[in-house]
Write a protein that binds this ligand. Structure first.
Ligand code: B16
Ligand code: MG
Length: 218
């Protein structure tokens, strides 16, 4: 590996390693219906990778609510989301996720999680992969999450790797923004309309070509 090559890979969780994105959508849709807020799958796309509080602000779209109401709505959405997580098991890893983690390990790369979710540790445990990572930065690690670079910079710090030598694998527009702002190589998972601003784009986690990713810094 060249001296300035990639040393670490930071994985987003929701949408890259598992499809909790669907559970987040269902929980937000229920809240929106109960509160009479306009929402649909299309609107949900913009919430990928965005923190719980920022997601609710986007949902409210300027509608004024008291702090108590705001907290109640966040709690209600999270309660539903956690209910939906109850049956999560190792079989819920997305195709290619376990193989990609193993391939990074085989190449001696350090690996971390960089997720906006405060539920990330519970999701990692349910998937049976909590012990595979050298570091976990989640929604409790930093004050501002994606699209700010803070979360990925915190992961790099935990790994003790220069941000310029980290790769981020992300399914969210906000996550790609965060990776670019952190000065990292950004790998987008999903349609180019969503993650086309990443350095490399693959349709799914199973399609990630690790050689091509590592060559991005050579
Ligand atoms: P929570 P990621 C993000 O996780 C989700 O994509 C986003 O939909 C969610 O609102 C956010 O976590 C916060 O999650 O409510 O569980 O704290 O994609 O960054 O792994
Ligand atoms: Mg995600």
């Amino acid at each position: 590996m060249p001296d300035d090559g990639v040393q670490a890979v930071i994985f987003d969780l929701d949408g890259v390693l598992t499809d909790t994105a669907e559970f987040h959508y269902l929980a937000w849709q229920e809240l929106a219906d109960a509160e009479g807020l306009p929402f649909d799958r299309r609107a949900n796309e913009a919430l990928r990778g965005v923190s719980r509080a920022d997601s609710l602000r986007m949902l409210l779209d300027g509608r004024e609510v008291s702090e108590v109401e705001f907290e109640r709505m966040m709690a209600s959405k999270n309660e539903r989301y956690v209910e939906l997580l109850a049956d999560m098991a190792p079989a819920d890893l997305l195709p290619g996720a376990a193989e990609l983690i193993a391939a990074c390990r085989e190449r001696g790369l350090r690996i971390a999680i960089g997720s906006s979710s405060k539920n990330a540790p519970a999701v990692l445990a349910a998937l049976g992969i909590a012990d595979r990572f050298d570091a976990v930065a989640d929604g409790t690690t930093v004050a501002v999450t994606k699209p700010a670079p803070d979360l990925f910079l915190a992961a790099a710090r935990q790994l003790d790797v220069d941000p310029a030598r980290c790769v981020v694998i992300e399914d969210a527009a906000a996550g790609v923004d965060a990776a670019l702002a952190a000065g990292m190589v950004a790998v987008g998972i999903g349609p180019t309309e969503r993650v086309g601003h990443a350095h490399l784009v693959f349709a799914s986690t199973a399609d990630v070509d690790l050689d091509a990713v590592l060559a991005a810094r050579e």
